[in-house]
Design a protein around this ligand. Structure first.
Ligand SMILES: NC(=O)c1ccc[n+]([C@@H]2O[C@H](COP(=O)([O-])OP(=O)(O)OC[C@H]3O[C@@H](n4cnc5c(N)ncnc54)[C@H](O)[C@@H]3O)[C@@H](O)[C@H]2O)c1
Length: 255
């Protein structure tokens, strides 16, 4: 059977773990040649070998490294059809605004928002030359609603990703380039599961707000990435694509 993404070249940042890892696997399973990018070679390198793809070590918050990443992929593979700008951090020193220091704020904004600016800045010229491309920027449901369990820099960083995505989607809509933001709800990544296993009350405080009563599996987010990357989403751009188990639609959830 033909794959939806046969012949496409995809770059996935943060491919060494979680949503990025699942997305790289899913894109490859649909026929794409996948370039796995991560600041940490552990995970990403292994995945690239498994998928018959390529691993590139890159800090997405560093301008020169991001420029070299996309120029290098275009040179080696001839084109870049899909960019999944997914790498992000959510460190413990990002908390309530009352205790979060400027250093943590700037670090989170740099890795989560400036990185998306850099990745879009350096991939779009290649996509313009081709007259086609799909960019998926990972935001979060917290860009759409407030949490009393605050991570102030993270929330602001994802709001920035949403606004930037909307503007880029509009600006390049007539050049065949689609730019969409993905807003996942909480995902059952190993880190989150470990945290909540140690602290069931913390998990329960969040789960009560999820109509489906569970966290997402990384593969469920990856399925949305593959859809946005594919021609099935050909009339979608500048959108906020919410995959959150119903959180943003809920007032009272089922018992
Ligand atoms: N897990 C969730 O519940 C959830 C929910 C909504 C949105 N998100 C977003 O989804 C994205 C992926 O999250 P995840 O849960 O899979 O995280 P994760 O921690 O499992 O994986 C993130 C990957 O990004 C890499 N990375 C971090 N900083 C980097 C940098 N400067 N340059 C290159 N790579 C870097 C890490 O090494 C890691 O492999 C993030 O943007 C996150 O904010 C996650």
């Amino acid at each position: 059977m033909e794959g939806r993404l046969d012949g496409r070249v995809a770059v996935v940042t943060g491919a060494g773990s979680g949503i990025g890892l699942a997305s790289a696997r899913r894109l490859a399973s649909e026929g794409a040649r996948v370039v796995c990018v991560d600041v940490n070679p552990r995970g990403g390198k292994e995945l690239a070998d498994e998928l018959g793809g390529e691993f590139v070590a890159c800090d997405v918050a560093d301008e020169a490294q991001v420029r070299d990443l996309f120029d290098g992929v275009a040179e080696r593979h001839g084109r870049i059809d899909i960019a999944v700008n997914n790498a992000g951090i959510s460190p413990p020193d990002d908390d309530s605004i009352l205790v979060t220091g400027l250093e943590a704020w700037e670090r989170v904004l740099r890795v989560n928002t400036t990185s998306v600016y850099l990745c879009c800045k350096y991939v779009i010229p290649h996509m313009r030359r081709q007259g086609r491309g799909s960019i998926i920027n990972t935001a979060s449901f917290v860009a759409l609603m407030g949490a009393a369990t605050s991570q102030i820099a993270y929330t602001a960083s994802k709001g920035g990703v949403l606004a930037m995505t909307r503007e880029l989607g509009v600006q390049f809509a007539r050049e065949g380039i689609r730019v969409n933001a993905l807003c996942p709800g909480p995902v059952a990544t190993p880190l989150l599961l470990e945290l909540f296993a140690k602290d069931p009350e913390r998990a329960a405080r969040r789960l009560v707000h999820v109509p489906m009563g569970r966290f997402a599996e990384p593969g469920e987010i990856a399925a949305a990435v593959a859809f946005l990357a594919s021609d099935d989403a050909s009339f979608m751009t500048a959108a906020e694509f919410v995959v959150d188990g119903g959180i943003t639609g809920a007032y009272v959830t089922p018992r």
